[in-house]
Design a protein around this ligand. Structure first.
Ligand code: ZN
Length: 415
């Protein structure tokens, strides 16, 4: 191309890009008119929400909407608007189907099930990062009905990966599944994980407190979250809380803290109430969120998790709502997240409002993001709108009217 042609080419490209950004600026606004809007304490007030693109532009507690002439209006009179729900523990692609078409269908079906149930963000607690990255991108670009996806790299000791890969042909590490030893260059390990698109490290199994501390330090330096199992061995839940991870998963594994004997991985000791309080208060001080996952716990008869969660809540530990359970195989078709929330209110002493805070405000904190989880000007336009009030009866979460993610509406009733 000659110099003149090059200049004309770039002029055309720039014009297209400028036109694109201008059309984005002039994008039509949408008003959710006259609904009951929940604040971060889950008290509601009648008002309207102005959405501009993927963000909340304004919240009006007046009937006068003339400030935004020409905006599209969705009448939600008598309906209830909360922030989009967040499942803090899913596994979308942990054992992907080897058949590509089947796997794509499975991914799309579960993501669709989630979004139509009001779930606008999920934290995936380790799986195949190539598949997760592909779907994260597709969700970000709103190419399919899906929540925003955040995912982790799995860090564990040699013994853990040896047993995991016993029957697998490929026994090598990947950036999202790494064997960590004293010899690991942590800077490189974390950087590789980051390169796989993760936003957190999942501390999984067979690691010492020393190694966990090194992981946490480097992960935080490189801007990643640290999410740990409670049952890591030899590190105890107290060791993990002391290492200041961001969240600890599985309330039913917390009792592994209450023994001085060599720990038995298959048998949980009885609760020692004094030691439990000490650990929970340490979690509270170090701002470690309890990712309780009681639905999977109860399905495996690990009812002790509910006792732990109840006490954690009484002492002021933040509890997120995570299911750790597949979404497509529930015989009653109720989404697992609603069951997780119901356990919080039925068995763990949570008020309806407390449980709703867990699945929104604490959910966002468990992912480590500040742009969602509450309804406020400047936050993402992620909402779940119900026909009836979930703060009065938690079952009303199943009475969905509409999900909005990134300002895009999903109304097809697929629940
Ligand atoms: Zn899990």
């Amino acid at each position: 191309m000659k110099k003149k042609q090059v200049l004309i080419f770039w002029f055309v490209v720039c014009s297209i890009l400028m036109g694109y950004s201008q059309s984005k600026e002039n994008s039509k606004m949408t008003i959710l008119k006259n609904g009951f809007i929940f604040d971060d304490k889950f008290d509601s007030k009648k008002g309207s929400i102005v959405i501009d693109g993927e963000k909340i532009k304004d919240i009006l507690y007046t009937e006068d909407l003339t400030k935004y002439p020409g905006a599209d209006v969705i009448d939600i009179t008598g309906k209830y608007v909360m922030p989009g729900l967040i499942d803090s523990h899913v596994h979308l692609a942990t054992v992907p189907d080897l058949n590509r078409e089947k796997n794509n269908k499975y991914m799309q079906d579960q993501l669709s099930k989630m979004i139509y149930a009001g779930i606008t963000s999920v934290r995936d607690m380790t799986g195949n990062a190539i598949i997760l990255a592909d779907y994260k991108r597709a969700s970000t670009l709103n190419q399919l009905p899906a929540p925003s996806i955040f995912y982790a790299a799995q860090f564990g000791g040699a013994a853990y990966f040896d047993s995991m890969r016993k029957y697998s042909k490929d026994k090598s590490d990947t950036p999202w599944e790494q064997t960590i030893t004293e010899k690991t260059d942590m800077k490189i390990a974390i950087a590789e994980a980051k390169g796989a698109g993760v936003t957190g490290i999942k501390i999984y199994s067979d690691l010492t407190q020393d190694l966990i501390k090194k992981i946490v330090k480097e992960a935080k330096l490189q801007g990643l979250q640290c999410w740990s199992h409670a049952a890591v061995f030899p590190a105890t839940p107290t060791d993990i809380a002391n290492a200041k991870v961001n969240s600890m998963s599985h309330a039913f594994d917390i009792p592994y803290d209450f023994t001085t004997e060599k720990m038995n991985r298959s048998k949980r000791p009885d609760i020692d109430e004094k030691k439990l309080d000490k650990l929970l208060l340490l979690m509270k001080t170090n701002n470690v969120i309890l990712d309780a996952t009681n639905y999977i716990g109860n399905n495996n008869k690990l009812y002790v998790g509910m006792k732990v969660t109840k006490r954690a809540h009484e002492l002021g530990v933040k509890v997120s709502a995570g299911t750790d359970w597949p979404y497509l195989f529930e015989k009653d078709h109720v989404v697992p997240l609603f069951k997780e929330i119901k356990i919080l209110t039925n068995d763990c002493g949570f008020t309806n409002k407390d449980a709703l805070i867990s699945v929104t405000v604490v959910g966002a904190e468990s992912i480590g993001v500040e742009d969602r989880g509450v309804i406020a000007i400047g936050k993402r336009a992620d909402f779940y709108i119900t026909n009836s009030d979930p703060s009065k009866a938690i079952e009303n979460l199943q009475d969905g009217f509409m999900t909005i993610k990134s300002g895009i509406t999903y109304t097809e009733n697929k629940i």
